[in-house]
Design a protein around this ligand. Structure first.
Ligand code: 2AM
Length: 184
């Protein structure tokens, strides 16, 4: 099955992303990502045999064991790919290094179990549109918000329907570090 690891987004972040997505409707043509699919991909594994899914779950548990929730702030819009058919996303103004650290830990835990992933450099982002035409260069000001990222999830990506469906297979809640543990 086709797998990826991603963080989900807490309420204030989600609402700001919905607002940004709405403001794009007036000025950019392309395919909009459904809000219930918003996420930050940490590692894209692609096709993984059923028997190895448990290894991906273990990797997630290990990578998140000592990871506290990450305080982030949404930031500017950006895009990947060709201007006529680009992936249009909203990035982060705060929490970039921490998200990078988490992605690195997840990727390392996958590798030590023999699982591979798309090795493109990690740029934390939430995709809002695909096949977006950004040739005009005119983009709205994004809505920004602060919030906490406290859930990391192993998703199955199902591309058989009209739009991609992301099914959570294994969810890890990030726990604040115990101050006593931190001092040891
Ligand atoms: P995105 O993170 O830019 O939105 C499921 O396909 C998710 O994994 C999507 O969110 C997608 O892009 C991300 N992803 C990362 N690398 C990918 C790849 N090589 N192929 C497909 N999706 C990929």
């Amino acid at each position: 099955m086709r797998l990826f690891v991603a963080t989900e987004l807490s309420e204030p972040l989600f609402e700001a992303l919905c607002e940004t997505s709405c403001s794009l409707r007036d000025c950019v043509r392309g395919r909009f990502v459904a809000p219930d699919s918003f996420h930050v991909t940490l590692a894209f594994l692609g096709e993984v045999p059923q028997a190895q899914v448990v290894l991906a779950q273990e990797a997630l548990d290990e990578a998140c064991e000592l990871q506290p929730p990450i305080e982030v702030a949404l930031g500017a819009l950006g895009s990947f790919g060709r201007p006529r058919k680009s992936t249009l996303w909203q990035g982060f103004a705060r929490g970039v290094d921490e998200l990078g650290g988490l992605a690195g830990d997840v990727r390392e835990a996958l590798l030590t179990r023999g699982l591979t992933y798309d090795s493109a450099a990690f740029v934390p982002h939430v995709t809002l549109m695909r096949a977006a035409d950004v040739t005009s260069g005119l983009l709205p000001m994004p809505t920004v918000a602060k919030g906490s990222i406290d859930t990391v999830t192993l998703f199955r990506s199902d591309l058989s329907g009209e739009r991609p469906r992301y099914e959570p297979l294994h969810r890890v809640r990030l726990q604040p570090l115990d101050p006593e543990e931190e001092q040891r």
